[in-house]
Design a protein around this ligand. Sequence first.
Ligand code: NAD
Ligand code: ZN
Ligand code: ZN
Length: 378
Amino acid sequence: MSTAGQVIKCKAAVAWGRGEPLSIEDVEVAPPKAHEVRVKIVATGVCHTDWEYLYETGKGMKFRPFPLVLGHEGAGIVESVGPGVTKFSPGDKVIPLFLPQCGECDRCRSPKTNHCRKNWDNTQMGVLADGTSRISCKNQQIYQFLGVSSFSQYTVVPDTSLTKIRSDAPLEKVCLLGCGVSTGYGAAVNTGKVEKDSLCAVFGLGAVGLAAVMGCRVAGAKRIIGVDINPDKFDKAKVLGATECVNPRDHNKPIQEVIVAMTHGGVDYALECVGSPDIMSAALESTADAWGTCIIAGWTETAAMKVMVEKILMGRTLKGTYFGGWKSVQDVPKLVDDYMNNRLELDEFITHSLPLDQINVAFDLLKSGKSIRTVISL
Ligand code: NAD
Ligand code: ZN
Ligand code: ZN
């Protein structure tokens, strides 16, 4: 029997308040309104940013309202569409996008950026275009993290925050293209524009950093130095393309000095994938003068980083990346194709698979450094 037009009752992991573990609840998901799509989420990755919003909101993160359903690295199947939706039909395989691509605004029309701002203020505050969310629990509105909420069996997203992918794509793998892998990979190939035979250093070897390593390798970098305080990450980094790995704790001088010495003057590209202002400064100072580029992918919303002005005066470039510079709607299906054609790795990133009711275990695995990505099946 079709569920279109009806409220769907399903399970979701609800974050009732900052710092509290997620709680599996029966939620109600309302039908999609105009230009919205209701999606049955099949699989979702657990990203560092989910953890960070839950445990650091109001600290490293700006305040966002609770209760909310986290999750922004999901994949699923269209269940029904609201009025005015032309690009999606029930049964389509899709990836929800925390970064929209409306295709019409100045930014969408510019090749210089992927920063579409359609519904931006609302989705940042956990609601859709009409100022409300479609998820409720115990008669209370539950906010939708970044407008997505993939830690729910069903969610509703704007039709500009969704992309259709090929029907043979395995959702439990390609969900990683909804955030982490796309971000790190694009940080190297789009934002950094890493060149053949270049010297690179990647700080932080979680999913984002490992994907940056993969991007540097695909771009043809000659040396790729992986940097992490957790040496358990080094084997995976080498599988994905790191030519050597360094643990800052094995050295008694700052890591930037170690890297400058290793490379006789600094790397061409340094990618920060940790989210720490101190490491951002270290990454910048690891680059060669005259042309070194530092790309910041790690996330913090409230902190400032220290930049020695002379480092910039001498010719270095500092850049940030959001979702790896990809224009989300048009580029994510191409990344899915690349995975299906063995041009892009995803399987190596998935270290654990768990059901929704084990989602707090996925957070523990991430924070203890034991996982790269846990994929939650819904
Ligand atoms: P993760 O927790 O899996 O990985 C972080 C890695 O950094 C870990 O391996 C950890 O051991 C390492 N690390 C910690 N302190 C370090 C130090 N002092 N020196 C070197 N390495 C250190 O996280 P992730 O999911 O890969 O995300 C990485 C960052 O990217 C986070 O800040 C996340 O919020 C951010 N992010 C940004 C975007 C974007 O659009 N820019 C998108 C997704 C994630
Ligand atoms: Zn736009
Ligand atoms: Zn993420």
